[in-house]
Unconditional design. Structure first.
Length: 186
C-alpha cells in the first residue's frame, strides 16, 4: 500500500528533476545581425606599414559608428555613416563622401571593405554579391567575396558569433579580435 502512494510521488519528482536539469544551461542570445556593438583589437598590415589599435563598432540597422584608436589613445578616427553617406573624423579634420571605401583609402591609406564588413563580422556573406563559403561543421571557416578572403579562427562561446577573424586581399590584411559582443538594442 505504501509503494502505491510513493510511486506517483517518485515519478513526479523525477519529472521535476529532469525539467530542472534541462534549464540549467542558458541558450545563447539571438540577434537579427543588424543591431550590435563590438569592442576589440584591430591589426592592420598594408603594403607600407603595420599598425594596431582598438576598435568600437556600433551597428544599428544600416547606420554605423566605428571608432578606431591607437595604443594608449595615440591617434583616433571616427567613421560614421549609412548606405548613402559616410563621415570620417580625425581630430578637427572631417571629410564626407558617398563612397566609404574610397574615402577611407583616400584619407587613411587603407583598402577597407566597409560595405561588406558588417556582414562578415557576424559570420555571413554580404547579400551585395556572390560568395564562396567553406564550413567547419556548422560554423563558417572561410568566406571569399569581392576579391577578399575572410578566415574565421574562433567563435564566442556564449553568442556563437565570430571572435577572431582575418580579412585579407593580397598585401592588405586586417586581424580583428573581438573581446566583447553586445547584442542589446542600441
Amino acid at each position: 500500500m505504501i509503494s502505491t502512494r510513493i510511486r506517483p510521488l517518485a515519478v513526479g519528482c523525477l519529472a521535476l528533476l529532469a525539467s530542472a536539469c534541462s534549464t540549467l544551461a542558458p541558450a545563447p542570445p539571438q540577434t537579427d545581425n543588424h543591431q550590435w556593438r563590438i569592442e576589440g583589437k584591430l591589426g592592420i598590415t598594408t603594403p607600407d606599414e603595420s599598425l594596431s589599435g582598438f576598435l568600437i563598432w556600433e551597428q544599428n540597422q544600416s547606420t554605423y559608428s566605428i571608432h578606431v584608436s591607437g595604443p594608449l589613445g595615440q591617434g583616433s578616427t571616427q567613421i560614421e555613416g549609412d548606405e548613402h553617406q559616410v563621415t570620417l573624423t580625425q581630430g578637427a579634420h572631417q571629410v564626407q563622401s558617398d563612397d566609404p571605401n574610397h574615402l577611407i583609402y583616400e584619407q587613411m591609406g587603407w583598402r577597407f571593405p566597409i560595405n561588406n564588413l558588417k556582414y562578415w563580422v557576424v559570420g555571413e556573406a554580404s547579400p551585395l554579391s556572390s560568395a564562396h563559403s567553406e564550413f567547419d561543421g556548422e560554423r563558417l571557416a572561410l568566406l571569399e567575396q569581392d576579391g577578399w578572403e575572410v578566415e574565421y579562427f574562433r567563435y564566442d562561446a556564449y553568442t556563437g558569433l565570430p571572435s577572431r577573424l582575418r580579412i585579407s586581399q593580397g598585401e592588405w590584411r586586417f586581424l580583428l579580435v573581438i573581446k566583447r559582443w553586445s547584442l542589446a538594442t542600441l
